[in-house]
Design a protein around this ligand. Structure first.
Ligand SMILES: [Zn+2]
Length: 304
């Protein structure tokens, strides 16, 4: 695939065709690692900041590799906001090329929000990076983003902080709306089994039990042992449905669904937003969409 250009080729490509950037510094140029952070940065940025994204919508943020257009865009970028906590292993290449010219902000690391620890897979015991899946986590990101932008553009600080306050309010309303939508799902149905164990924060915020076919980051997908273990578990504990994510091949979940005769529902969005015409074009739309899928698959209409 085109995007799978090796890092050395990318460097060579850039060395051949790029010239030293010369541009008027009237606009702060910012890149977000993936679309969720892009959406949150856009809520604060206003017209004074240009915001671009590294991983296009629909792609897997964990497994991305920098493309030549990424590298060219990064050469003209002042700040990169990335999630961190291991979500984007490829960020080391951005660090390597930044030469202290780019300010790299690890948003989840700086966020004033207690991380959950991973309970399964190769990242067991490490902080779970998917903090944005709780709107309160996303609100903590907002503070980091607003502070960083204010430091770089002090004359705009007041506007950034005003938008941050509005964004925090909107995220609190969103959390309430999602909670209400999920309210009718019976306690016994509140199991959220996905391919990647990426719904821990969401589960904590909205009172679900989250399970994953594998641990984090989509590096080790669906071993036969993990499949057999989950199949056995589902023999005894039968949730109303299994779920698949938009960025993960549904092949493993399809197999598990056939084996257990449990219906498969989705896609749930977590590691990317959808395109503009999709069901999860913004962070808020993503959580609303996920809530609707859960509501209909887990029996939200049924009173407890
Ligand atoms: Zn993930």
């Amino acid at each position: 695939m085109l995007k799978r250009v090796t890092w050395m080729c990318t460097l060579l490509f850039v060395a051949l065709i790029s010239t030293a950037p010369s541009y008027a510094n009237t606009t702060l140029r910012v890149m977000a690692s993936f679309s969720v952070i892009e959406d949150l940065v856009n809520r604060i940025a206003g017209d004074a900041v240009s915001v671009n994204v590294i991983v296009p919508r629909g792609e897997d943020v964990h497994l991305w590799e920098l493309t030549p257009p990424n590298v060219l865009a990064l050469e003209e970028t002042h700040i990169v906001f990335y999630n961190g906590l291991g979500l984007e292993p490829w960020i080391r290449h951005v660090e390597a090329m930044s030469d202290d010219q780019i300010t790299l902000i690890e948003v989840a690391q700086k966020a004033d929000y207690a991380p959950l620890m991973v309970s399964t897979g190769q990242y067991k015991g490490e902080p779970d990076p998917h903090m944005w899946m709780d709107p309160a986590g996303a609100a903590a990101y907002i503070d980091v983003i607003a502070e960083t932008l204010a430091e770089h553009m002090p004359d705009q600080a007041e506007a950034f902080y005003a938008r941050a306050e509005e964004a925090r309010r909107a995220l609190s309303d969103l959390s309430q709306a999602v909670k209400e939508r999920l309210e009718g799902i019976p306690k016994t149905n509140r199991t959220l089994l996905t391919s990647e164990a990426s719904f821990g924060y969401f589960a904590d915020a909205f009172d679900f039990e989250a399970l994953g076919l594998w641990g984090l980051n989509n590096e080790t997908q669906g071993s036969a042992k993990a499949m057999a273990k989950m199949s056995e578990h589902l023999g005894k504990n039968r949730p109303p449905a299994l779920f698949y994510e938009s960025t993960t091949p549904s092949i493993h979940m399809d197999a598990l669904s056939r084996e257990t005769s449990l219906p498969l529902a989705g896609p749930l969005y977590v590691d990317t937003l959808s395109g503009a015409d999709g069901p999860a074009a913004t962070y808020s739309a993503m959580l609303h969409h996920n809530a609707e899928i859960l509501h209909s698959a887990l029996g939200g209409a049924t009173a407890e």
